[in-house]
Write a protein that binds this ligand. Structure first.
Ligand SMILES: O=C(O)COP(=O)(O)O
Length: 249
């Protein structure tokens, strides 16, 4: 862990739920899964571009750059539409990242909203006795205020952000770390996400993965992902887990 504040652990060694499915915990992606954050992200990206004398980009295009963390979002937003020889060098990227961070700190959470079904879905998972964790590529400095501002913090025993571990999704490390903090094996968790980064990290960690179709997925159809199922909304996830046990609720 690079920052002791980047992971929150509370009550993680208490008795574990037995849903009959072998699943004890649900790991949830943040951007594009729990919260629709693209408006605030696009405001910050375009404010950065304006500061650098660049034209703004359409929000839908910026949405295809979300998923691999803030540095990657800034790099892709600076290089958008440019040939390789004109792409931003390290100094330009650092300047862009600093500007993005300043702007995003100002607007983070202003227009972010839970997707339909998220609150009922979290309530159903919690009622089923499942432990809940966030595993996001968003940096800690933005994750924690965003969860606070949108009233979601209290649902989660563990929060693993993009800078909590040395490697981000699609590496399995942050998912494995969340499981360690929860005191469970990766095979006892299910990952819920919207993108290739969630699907690949879950597969590599050896856990099932369910995909929600409304997020960002870097501009690609979610049907192309290697996932156990594409589920229409968070409300359906508790049902999927209980059906997996052969004892539908
Ligand atoms: O910050 C990002 O790029 C995406 O964050 P996520 O992992 O919650 O989708």
């Amino acid at each position: 862990m690079t920052d002791s504040l980047s992971a929150i652990r509370a009550d993680a060694q208490t008795d574990h739920a037995d849903t009959g499915s072998g699943i004890r915990a649900v790991l949830l992606d943040l951007d594009g899964t729990l919260l629709d954050t693209i408006t605030d992200l696009a405001v910050a990206v375009n404010a950065m571009r304006t500061d650098l004398g660049l034209p703004t980009l359409p929000q839908d295009l910026i949405a295809t750059y979300v998923g691999k963390g803030a540095e990657d979002l800034v790099q892709r937003s600076l290089d958008s539409g440019l040939e390789a020889e004109h792409q931003a060098d390290a100094a330009r990227q650092a300047e862009g990242l600093a500007l993005f961070q300043t702007h995003y700190a100002r607007v983070n959470g202003e227009q972010a909203l839970p997707y339909p079904g998220v609150l009922d879905g979290l309530a159903a998972l919690q009622a089923a006795g499942l432990k809940l964790a966030v595993v996001t590529n968003k940096p800690t400095a933005f994750t924690l205020p965003l969860l606070e501002r949108t009233g979601l913090t209290h649902w989660f025993e563990v929060i693993v952000s993009g800078d909590t571990c040395p490697r981000k999704k699609p590496d399995p490390m942050p998912l494995q770390h969340a499981c360690d903090l929860l005191g469970i094996a990766p095979g006892e968790a299910v990952m819920i996400g919207d993108s290739v980064n969630d699907a690949l990290s879950a597969r590599a960690a050896g856990m099932p993965v369910l995909i929600l179709p409304y997020g960002y997925n870097e501009g690609h159809d979610v049907a192309t992902l290697d996932a156990d199922a594409v589920i229409p909304s968070m409300e359906a996830i508790a049902g999927w887990i209980s059906q997996r046990s052969g004892h539908p609720k």
